[in-house]
Write a protein of this length. Structure first.
Length: 358
């Protein structure tokens, strides 16, 4: 391949590209194969490195106190859900990675955990959410939109770039500049690599796990779980749906790689079940709930199902239950009084100066 830049010439052979020889494998980069192309053949981290990640997540666990503080203030709880769903919308608009959305949600919760039970205005949380998604994008994305363009539809207030930048500095200082947080997506590649199944099935599992983990972000009940537990529970749900006959075998493999308390996993698994709308019809999914423009994964063929499930046990692990009991989740609608309270607080907020917010 020839490239030129101001008189500098170089000739390189791209590994795994069409120019590197007939043996190179070229994947179709159409939207339907996006998850397949995202899979890598890099070996997973060894057990010591994986345990190092687990140790990091313990240091950033929010604990039960944060959830209780949120539940005591209905307006902040509602504003948080709105903020996280808005960040998921930004992720869809700009095709950010799932890790970006998860990091942004983590920044938001880590910040709020240090300021509750102090009451925060809804418009202030909107400004905070813009700063969090901007910081997360700068950590994970190659191309980051300018600050005014990040403010996609759904916000009730529009902020100047300099105001958002100053809010970013406030967030950085509050989080002690520790921005490499651990999310459930941190474990996905390592766990997925350990599954001895075809690449196409891995792509289907990856797509479903991504949906499930993103679906947990706006739900406050998941704040008490560590990211590793959420990752394992999401894997279990996806395996039960896609490869039910061998799900128990794969779940045991994952649990050996990432030992976790079974009671905690069982509780997290049941909560994720409640998020699933209709596992039989792939057109009705969590991705549509959060406004995802991505089409559902292609249905598996009979051969795929036979190869994935043949010869395996139909029973699940104890922490998953003996069979999948997927229920429809009722979407709770906030009372009119809470909405009026939020509107009133934003209308009377006055100057949008960053230093007067928190």
């Amino acid at each position: 391949m020839e490239c030129q830049d101001g008189g500098l010439f170089c000739t390189e052979e791209m590994i795994g590209s069409p120019w590197s020889g007939d043996s190179a494998e070229v994947l179709d980069e159409s939207p339907d194969n996006a998850d397949l192309a995202a899979l890598t053949d890099f070996p997973p981290r060894d057990d010591a490195a994986l345990q190092s990640v687990v140790s990091r997540e313990r240091s950033q666990t929010l604990g039960d106190g944060y959830l209780l503080a949120l539940q005591r203030d209905a307006s902040v709880l509602h504003a948080r859900a709105v903020a996280v769903n808005w960040m998921l919308k930004v992720r869809n608009v700009y095709a950010f990675s799932p890790m970006t959305a998860a990091l942004a949600s983590s920044y938001l919760d880590r910040y709020l955990s240090r300021h509750l039970p102090k009451s925060l205005k809804a418009w202030a949380i909107q400004l905070l959410s813009i700063a969090c998604i901007s910081l997360a994008a700068k950590m994970e994305e190659i191309v980051v939109p300018c600050l005014p363009d990040l403010q996609v539809e759904g916000l009730e207030h529009v902020f100047e770039a300099k105001t958002i930048q100053r809010m970013e500095l406030v967030v950085l200082k509050t989080l002690d500049w520790r921005m490499c947080g651990v999310t459930a997506f941190e474990y996905v590649d390592d766990l997925l690599y350990r599954l001895d199944i075809s690449k196409h099935l891995k792509a289907s599992i990856l797509a479903r796990i991504t949906e499930l983990i993103l679906g947990t972000l706006s739900e406050p009940e998941f704040l008490v779980f560590r990211p590793s537990a959420i990752a394992l529970a999401a894997f279990s749900c996806a395996l039960d749906e896609i490869v039910p006959l061998k799900a128990a075998t794969y779940q045991r493999v994952l649990l050996m790689a990432l030992p976790t308390d079974q009671a905690t996993l069982h509780q997290c698994y049941r909560l994720i079940e409640d998020l699933i709308i209709d596992p039989v019809c792939p057109g009705v999914s969590l991705g549509q709930t959060f406004g995802s423009s991505k089409s559902p994964p292609s249905p598996m063929t009979v051969i795929d199902l036979y190869q994935a499930g043949g010869g395996g046990s139909s029973s699940s692990m104890d922490w998953c239950g003996s069979q999948v009991n997927l229920k429809k989740r009722r979407i709770e609608v906030e009372s009119q009084s809470v909405r009026k309270k939020l509107s009133s607080s934003m209308a009377n907020s006055g100057d949008h100066s960053v230093w007067d917010l928190f």
